[in-house]
Design a protein around this ligand. Structure first.
Ligand code: SF4
Length: 345
């Protein structure tokens, strides 16, 4: 059996074999084809749309790679509850069944303020999923958000290696807290997503294998990976982009290791390659995240350089993605797109 066939059958390989698989393009064709077969066996040709609402670019943290870190000069904004609800109304009219509230770690959005927004969305759109992507909070806060109606949470761990984590983040941030947040979210009952940047500064193949091992211990419902793209004004602004090829290879590896995961073809992939998202879908991804933020704010959510989809109205964004999804041979699903969990026999 080839490496790829064994990865498909066992959903795992020893570290050395994973290393070989990740460090060569020799297996790419077989990897992508096999990952697509596995994706189709679980999710068919469906692609789920998640309407992304970037509601604040204030952040109290200073992650060295991030364009909206607190030390970076950026024109800051916060959406009001009314603006957020307007985004949801637009998204709902376009057929989106998931709203992703994404923002920096902004102290303005206390538990009370956020719970009020979440509850308002929940009461208006009982058939939709509400996903939060707002960083680290206490277990109690996560519980309050869940009780208010949020049901999914995205929190990329970014790197599962302690040393590498300390290279990418200031000392006040801790990998163990981040991991604990992810386990707390699972315990509360969220569908949980994690992920990491591919090609972040000083990342090694061993680091990536640690990421895969950590995810095996977490068993996430969603896994988001995208190539690292430097952000102007940050300590890593002169570092090279991550590799599109390696990102696609990893999407396929993830699909084989986690056949039921929801995996987005990320905007970062589309930023580095004109067909990046289509290639992501063909490599095993099954989610795309069209932007629903008001156009006048999109350029300000500049977590990395040259981010695409900042100038189009939401409806244009949807048309563009529909064309891309269909040209890659897949179809938009109008379902809420929950994770399909494996039935334990
Ligand atoms: S990566 Fe997230 S937590 Fe870190 S500075 Fe950027 S927005 Fe804040």
């Amino acid at each position: 059996m080839s490496f790829v066939e064994r990865l498909r059958a066992e959903r795992d390989l020893p570290d050395e074999e994973l290393k070989t698989l990740l460090e060569t393009d020799r297996f790419d064709e077989e990897l992508h084809k096999t990952a697509d077969e596995v994706r189709q066996s679980v999710y068919g040709k469906a692609v789920y749309l998640r309407g992304l609402i970037e509601f604040t670019n204030y952040c109290k943290n200073d992650c060295y790679y991030c364009g909206i870190r607190k030390s970076n000069k950026a024109e800051r904004y916060r959406l009001t509850k009314r603006q957020i609800l307007d985004c949801c109304a637009q998204g709902y009219a376009l057929g989106y069944k998931t709203f992703v509230l994404q923002g920096g770690e902004d102290p303005f959005f206390t538990d009370d303020v956020l719970c009020d927004v979440i509850a308002a969305i929940r009461s208006l759109y009982s058939d939709c999923a509400i996903t939060l992507s707002i960083g680290e909070r206490s277990e109690e806060s996560y519980r309050l958000f869940f009780e208010s109606g949020a049901n999914r949470f995205l929190l990329r761990h970014e790197t599962a290696d302690e040393n590498h984590y300390s290279v990418l983040h200031p000392a006040v941030m801790s990998l163990s807290n981040r991991k604990q947040c992810l386990f707390n979210l699972k315990e509360i009952g969220y569908q949980v997503g994690t992920g990491f940047m591919v090609g972040s500064p000083y990342q090694t193949t061993r680091n990536i294998i640690s990421d895969l091992r950590f995810m095996q211990s977490l068993s996430p419902d969603m896994i988001g990976i995208g190539p690292f793209i430097p952000a102007k004004g940050t300590p890593f602004e002169s570092f090279p982009n991550g590799s599109v090829e390696l990102t696609l290879r990893l999407i396929s590896v993830l699909r084989l290791m986690f056949p039921h995961a929801l995996i987005p073809a990320t905007t970062a992939l589309g930023t580095l390659h004109p067909q990046g998202r289509e290639l992501g879908l063909k490599a095993g991804a099954n989610v795309v995240m069209p932007n629903l933020s008001p156009v006048e704010y999109r350029g300000k959510y500049s977590i990395y350089n040259n981010k695409i989809c900042t100038g189009e109205e939401s409806a244009q964004c949807k048309d563009c993605l529909k064309r891309r999804i269909e040209s890659a041979g897949y179809e938009i699903s109008d379902s809420v797109g929950n994770v399909k969990r494996e039935t334990v026999k």
